[in-house]
Design a protein. Structure first.
Length: 115
């Protein structure tokens, strides 16, 4: 099982980025997917989640209206579109899938929002 994030980088406040998470080794369409982030000195927090085929979504209050999670089951990929980025969005962003008996994390991708 692997989940591999990409798409991070340096962006100015108000800018946009799209993160991707490519999954392999499991039946992607059968599992909910999540994005987490961890800022320096802070605990890892759930940013967004998406269910399987139905695509129901949930967001942290801090990103509602700015971030959009989506998935392409044909490509085994989940995305996080991030708009109107703020300095406080600076963090390492991780993709996560909970299988049985354990969950799997990606290596993370750094997002830095700074002028």
């Amino acid at each position: 099982v692997q989940v591999v994030e990409s798409g991070g980088g340096l962006v100015q406040p108000g800018g946009s980025l799209r993160l991707s998470c490519a999954a392999s080794g499991f039946t992607f369409s059968s599992y909910d997917m999540r994005w987490y982030r961890q800022a320096p000195g802070k605990e890892r927090e759930l940013v967004a989640a998406i269910t399987t085929v139905g695509g129901n979504t949930n967001y942290a209050d801090s990103v509602k209206g700015r971030f959009t999670i989506s998935r392409d089951n044909a490509k085994n990929t989940v995305y996080l579109q991030m708009n109107s980025l703020k300095p406080e969005d600076t963090a390492v962003y991780y993709c996560f899938v909970q299988l049985i008996p354990r969950g799997y994390w990606g290596q993370g991708t750094q997002v830095t929002v700074s002028s």
